[in-house]
Structures are given as structure tokens and as C-alpha cells.
Design a protein around this ligand. Structure first.
Ligand code: ZLV
Ligand code: CA
Ligand code: ZN
Length: 393
């Protein structure tokens, strides 16, 4: 269909399971695992599975989760019961300690299964990259970048990205982590704070005390102690509301290009959080599906083995559009797929507009005022280039 064929000379793998998508965070919670079903339905309607290796995700094992997370956190996560079931009344302090059960990270039915499948998809993706069986591996169910070693945070319980990068580090000397979710990738940054084998780069809205998680200032570049190998290996790109495709794309290339030349990564881990799109329920940017996808296209052009992770994204129809389009970029079919959403797409009515590329006006009633001046963006690029002078190569 649509002339979509396997790309010549390289392999793309898609890691997912319908099991993960059945879970619910609760009626009013913005995270909707069902967006993964909508994504898969669009990918399938366009005929893309024919061009990829498709793997049904398994649950990650306790031992695998334990490669980053602590035993006491995992032990509690396994037994943690949702609000409507009898609780361990001896342990209210543990929920506080692990940041579980609040409104951001509720304890819902099947939570451990949801977490271990998200991690399983990212670990499978990493293993396919390590064994050279995939050149690009896709795990839209992963990308949960806020989770800490012993703490849930911002809708994230298990940091599947850290687990996957730890796998990559068994084979690849240096991994470049890039995060285009509208939120700061704090959990991944913190996990690799003291190593020079991972460089982390997050683009995000930054407004301390106003926007979650409040970290990721331009000047935060890793340990301040120069003797720590991780110094200068955390890059933060703090942005304001309303950034456009043109600005974001230029910024992305001006930052990732020089980082690639200076750091010479051997693999890329790209978190594609879709809450940076215009019209997202939580996001504040004016990115279109094309602008978000351009970041994936640019990373692909670097010719390195790469994992694509999901992440945030709270307007499911736009999440599905972006991740389906980015899947088409991975397989090199982006110029071949029609812009009109196929007639036979399940839940087609959910897309409201029948195009893969809604205009800003179609995405939101009134586009956000752009609060990013060209001057400030130039300062950000200059600061990042300055940091790179300290990076050994
Ligand atoms: O997209 O939340 O602002 C990766 C990701 O990056 C907060 N949380 C925390 C700090 C104090 N709180 C407020 C508690 C809010 C509880 C419920 C919502 C409910 C309805 C609508 C919006 C929210 C919400 N929560 C919006 N922003 C938050 C953030 C967490 C954002 C996590 C982003 C995760 C998957
Ligand atoms: Ca980010
Ligand atoms: Zn986010």
C-alpha cells in the first residue's frame, strides 16, 4: 500500500504490545496509554508494518529493572495496590518516600505490568541495536524520563530510557541522549551525571515554579567539579512559550550538529515526547508535526544506530500523527505517504481533521504568543558551543 517497502540497506524495528495500552491512570489524568493504540492504528493504516520488523513486547524482569532502580523501590512498586483495594496501612510513609499514590503518579490497577512492559519495549529496542539486527529501533511506549532510582515523578515510575542506555553502553563507547519532550529530561540527566560516556541534551519549556519539573537551566551543565568526568556533559536548552517550527529546527541543528562533531557519539537515544506539539493539553509550544519530525529526520541523517522513544503527549490524535509520521521517517517513507489520513483508519473520527499535518489553527483555537526572541536563541546556541570547548574528543 502507498508503495511502502522495506528500506534498502537498513532495518527498522517496532516494539509494542496492546497489553500496555489497556491500562488507565484514572479518568482525569492526562496520561492516556490508549494513544499508543491510536498510533499503531495509523501506522498500520499507512501500511508501514510491511517495512519493519515488528516485535511483541515482553515484560522486563525484576533483575533488568534492578540495573537502575533500588530493591526497596521495586519491592514496593510490585505490591503497591490501587486506592480501591486494601492498603498496607503500616506503610503510608513509603508512598511519600517513593512519591507514589499522589495525583501525578497514582497507584492504579496493573501498574507494575504497565511499567515492566514499557521498560521491556525499550530494552528490546536497545538489544536489537546492540546486536546490529536493527539500525533504528522504535519504542513509543517508553520515554518515561522523570523516574529516579528510588522515586516516581511526573507520570513516570520506571526510567526505561536509563535502562536502555545502560544496555547500549555495554557495546557503544559513547551515547548521545536527546530529549524533545516539552519537559526537562531530569531523570536521565541525573542518572548519567557523573560519566562522560553519555551526553544528555534536553530542549524544554523552562519557568521554575511555574512549569514542571523546574530544573534544566542553561547554565546547568553537569557536575561543577572539573575533576568529575561528567562535567560539561549535560546540555540544557530552556525555552519559552510559543516556539515555532522554523526556530526550533534551526536551534536543533545548530546544537546537535556541533555536538555530534565534537562528542562523536557511537549511538543516539532520542526521546520524542509529543507534548511539544501545538495544541497539547499540557505543552506550550507551537510546533507542528513536520517541525517535530524534522528533529527525527536530522538525527537519522547522522547515520548512527538510534532508538526512538515516546514520552509525553496529551492530545492523543496529535501524538498518533507525530509518532506515525516519525515512523515513516525512520523507514524512509515520509515522502511517499499521503497527507490525508487513510479512509480505513480505525477511530478515524478521533482525528477531527483528516490530515496528518493540521495547521496551527486546526490544532488550537488561538496559537500561543511566541515568547522566544531571536537574540535569546542566539545566546543559547553560543552558550552550548562554549560548553563544547570543554568536551574532550
Ligand atoms: O511528559 O496533574 O506540576 C513525560 C512527561 O514529561 C506537577 N506535575 C506537580 C508538581 C506539583 N504538581 C501538581 C500536581 C498535579 C497533579 C495532576 C495534572 C492533572 C491534570 C492536568 C494536568 C496535570 C499536570 N501535572 C500538569 N503538569 C503536571 C506535572 C507533571 C508533568 C509530567 C510530565 C511527564 C511522560
Ligand atoms: Ca525535553
Ligand atoms: Zn512531557
Amino acid at each position: 500500500e502507498y508503495g511502502i517497502v522495506r528500506p534498502k540497506g537498513y532495518t527498522v524495528s517496532y516494539h509494542a504490545t496492546p497489553e500496555m495500552e489497556k491500562h488507565h491512570f484514572g479518568q482525569t489524568h492526562p496520561m492516556k496509554p490508549w494513544r499508543l493504540t491510536l498510533t499503531k492504528s495509523l501506522v498500520t493504516a499507512y501500511g508501514m508494518p510491511f517495512a519493519m520488523d515488528n516485535y511483541l513486547t515482553r515484560e522486563a524482569t525484576y533483575e533488568e529493572l534492578n540495573s537502575f532502580h533500588s530493591n526497596d523501590y521495586l519491592d514496593y512498586l510490585i505490591t503497591a495496590a490501587p486506592e480501591d483495594q486494601p492498603r498496607d496501612i503500616d506503610n503510608p510513609d513509603k508512598e511519600v518516600k517513593f512519591n507514589l499514590g499522589g495525583s501525578d503518579c497514582p497507584l492504579f490497577h496493573g501498574l507494575y505490568n504497565y511499567c515492566s512492559m514499557s521498560a521491556g519495549s525499550s530494552l528490546d529496542a536497545a538489544r536489537k541495536i546492540c546486536s546490529n539486527q536493527s539500525d533504528i529501533a522504535i519504542a513509543w511506549g517508553g520515554g518515561l524520563h522523570h523516574a529516579k532510582r528510588s522515586e516516581a515523578s511526573g507520570f513516570c515510575y520506571i526510567n526505561d530510557i536509563v535502562l536502555a542506555i545502560l544496555q547500549l553502553l555495554r557495546i557503544y563507547p559513547r551515547v548521545l541522549y536527546i530529549d524533545i519532550d516539552v519537559h526537562h529530561g531530569d531523570g536521565v540527566e541525573e542518572a548519567f551525571f557523573s560519566t562522560d560516556r553519555v551526553m544528555t541534551v534536553s530542549f524544554h519549556k523552562y519557568q521554575p515554579d511555574q512549569f514542571f519539573p523546574g530544573t534544566g537551566a542553561l547554565e546547568d551543565n553537569g557536575p561543577k567539579n572539573e575533576h568529575n568526568p561528567g562535567a560539561h556533559h549535560a546540555i540544557n536548552v530552556p525555552l519559552n512559550d510559543g516556539i515555532t517550527d522554523e526556530q526550533y529546527e534551526a536551534l536543533f541543528k545548530n546544537i546537535i550538529g556541533p555536538i555530534n562533531e565534537r562528542y562523536r557519539p557511537s549511538a543516539i537515544a532520542l526521546q520524542c515526547g509529543a507534548d511539544s506539539l501545538a495544541g497539547d493539553r499540557l505543552g506550550r509550544f507551537n510546533l507542528r508535526v513536520q517541525g517535530h519530525g524534522a528533529c527525527v529526520r536530522y538525527c537519522k541523517s547522522l547515520g548512527l544506530p538510534m532508538i526512538l522513544f515516546g514520552g509525553g503527549g496529551y492530545t492523543p490524535r496529535n501524538v498518533a500523527r507525530a509518532w506515525a509520521y516519525e515512523t515513516s521517517i525512520a523507514i524512509g517513507a515520509d515522502t511517499r505517504i499521503p497527507e490525508t489520513i487513510p479512509e480505513h483508519t480505525p477511530w478515524r473520527a478521533h482525528f477531527i481533521h483528516d490530515t496528518l499535518f493540521p495547521s496551527l489553527e486546526q490544532s488550537m483555537h488561538e496559537p500561543r504568543h511566541n515568547r522566544n526572541s531571536e537574540k535569546r536563541l542566539r545566546e543559547i546556541v553560543a552558550h552550548v558551543h562554549e560548553q563544547l570547548r570543554f568536551v574532550e574528543h
